[in-house]
Ligand binder design. Structure first.
Ligand code: GSH
Length: 228
């Protein structure tokens, strides 16, 4: 029986752009586990009330319900150890750092380039909630958050240097093969790819080259994802 995953969707139910849900889509594909995704909108809080919280991803695996992408990755590793996502205790600890970096620095950095664009792809019923919750978070309008993005692009691209330094020495963040570290960063980059047309990565950036290889993985899962 397939795992069921509640997955953030846009007005177009096929447009899936959640960075956290993408981490899990990649992780499930890595394990070879089939998944059935259920499109979810920001204001569909009632439909995931069974999980005891209000955010996606949420997975249902038979009787088991797990929310939060990190907790889901741990659950998948525990219930289906091979092929590994973490590669043992130390790999697990290092992936936790990548997760924290992606959630704070990377996501926070990307948000300033695409948060207004997201408004154009989400369902009409989500728009007022998305605008008011994000404007409260940033303390300014979505338009102000995104303003001047072309002038800030070089600094954002520079901030990806740590990934570039690792990729100079090995093909994947996980070393010789992708691991959950790759899923975290690639999942996070699926967010701008699937919600905005803004060219966040330079085409000749080794990070873009690695991301392209990640899109090819798992039968081209990332490449197949709808973009705006
Ligand atoms: N720490 C959670 C964060 C999940 C999260 O914030 N998901 C977003 C979608 S990308 C969400 O459900 N947002 C609902 C809202 O903003 O009300 C995880 O890693 O899964």
């Amino acid at each position: 029986m397939s795992i069921i995953m509640h997955d953030l969707a846009g007005a177009d139910p096929d447009l899936r752009f959640s960075p956290y849900c993408w981490r899990i889509r990649f992780a499930l594909a890595h394990k070879g586990l089939p998944v059935e995704t259920v499109p979810w909108r920001f204001t569909d809080k009632a439909s995931i009330a069974f999980s005891g919280q209000e955010r996606v991803p949420v997975i249902r695996d038979g009787a088991r319900v797990v929310s939060d992408s990190w907790a889901i990755a741990e659950y998948l590793e525990e219930t289906c150890p091979m092929p590994a996502l973490f590669g043992g205790t130390i790999g697990h600890a290092h992936a936790l750092f990548i997760n924290a970096w992606a959630d704070s620095v990377l996501l926070g950095g990307i948000a300033r380039f695409i948060v207004r664009d997201i408004l154009d792809v989400i369902d009409a019923k989500d728009q007022a909630y998305f605008r008011s919750s994000r404007e409260a978070r940033f303390g300014m309008t979505l338009e102000q958050v995104q303003a001047g993005r072309d002038n800030r692009l070089a600094a954002f691209r520079d901030s990806l240097l740590p990934i570039r330094l690792v990729l100079r020495r090995q093909p994947w963040l996980g070393g010789p093969a992708p691991s959950y570290a790759d899923h975290i960063v690639a999942g996070t980059l699926m967010w701008p790819r699937c919600s905005s047309r803004f060219p966040l990565l330079a085409e000749d950036d080794p990070v873009a080259e690695w991301f392209g290889r990640m899109l090819d993985q798992y039968g081209g899962l990332g490449h197949a994802a709808k973009t705006p």
